[in-house]
Write a new protein. Structure first.
Length: 292
């Protein structure tokens, strides 16, 4: 049972749903308030068959013993775990140290699930590229990639995007992103994952493909993309009266690629950081396909 900020939510239970309303309100029972305050488990049992546990609202015989464990993350109370038994004094001689280990494992699992939920909630779709943000790689994308032992992770940078934004205008830079991404999306298999990483950097995960298997494809793709013509509209002075006339010119994208191998189950975030560091340290005019 975990508090989500507004109410207690049943995260896992083998108890019939008709009892969940009772179980999700145990924190308000006097018998468990001290346990929550002191962080210590609470053991309750009955001594006669006709008795019921203090928190039970219905069905006298459903449980005769219970162990209540408050759950904390970094000293912050997040909810509780309760074990019930249909026998009186069922937990009289149970080694609570073993249950403490189980409790810590429950907390660890909750941390992982919470992190995953955060990642899923912050994944966004980029306005111009119409691609998901790189957080997508850490959730649904990873499930696809990890169907294979190895995959190739490619990161590329539009090296003249910042210059285009400054010298021409941002609208032209945005159009460059749109044209590049639309073109690349049409060339990629549905098994490959294409996301906008950050700013001028993008990632393609070639699921289950070795680096040597994508080099030729990327060479061709790079040539084709760099031949795209992005229309610039700029204003130039026409005469001494400062009257302005719009002039149309064309800009061509420039891309720098870096590739590496990703092994199933390893740290994907470390792989992306390594690729990003390479592109950030590269010469401004570098426009290659590199393996690291």
């Amino acid at each position: 049972m975990v508090f989500d900020g507004t109410e207690y939510v049943v995260k896992a239970s083998n108890v019939d749903k008709k009892h969940w309303d009772t179980l999700r309100n145990l924190q308000s029972e006097e018998i468990f308030k001290d346990s929550i305050t002191t962080t210590k488990p609470k053991y309750v049992t009955v001594n006669k068959e006709e008795e019921r546990l203090p928190y039970q609202k219905m069905e006298f015989g459903r449980a005769k013993s219970a162990m209540f464990f408050p759950l904390y993350i970094d000293n912050v109370y997040i909810g509780y775990w309760i074990i019930e038994s249909g026998r009186m004094h069922a937990f009289d001689h149970v080694d609570t140290t073993i249950l403490e280990v189980v409790k810590e494992n429950i907390i660890s699992i909750f941390k992982i699930v919470s992190y995953q939920n955060i990642i899923e909630s912050i994944t966004r779709k980029d306005l111009y590229s119409d691609l998901k943000s790189s957080e997508y790689l850490y959730e649904k994308g990873r499930h696809v990639i990890d169907n294979y032992t190895t995959s190739t992770i490619c990161m590329f940078k539009i090296t003249n995007l910042e210059k285009t934004n400054k010298i021409v205008n941002r609208d032209t830079g945005n159009q460059m992103i749109i044209d590049i991404c639309d073109y690349i999306k049409d060339k990629l298999s549905s098994e490959y994952i294409f996301v906008r990483h950050m700013g001028p950097k993008f990632v393609v995960a070639f699921s289950g493909i070795e680096i040597d298997g994508v080099i030729e494809f990327l060479n061709d793709l790079k040539t084709e993309v760099e031949n795209l013509e992005v229309e610039d509209v700029i204003a130039v002075e026409e005469n001494e009266r400062s009257e302005k006339k719009k002039k149309v010119v064309m800009t061509h994208p420039k891309l720098n690629f870096v590739l590496t191998t990703y092994y199933k189950g390893t740290a994907l975030e470390a792989v992306l950081k390594k690729l990003e560091e390479y592109l950030d340290a590269a010469e401004e005019n570098e426009s290659d396909i590199n393996k690291i």
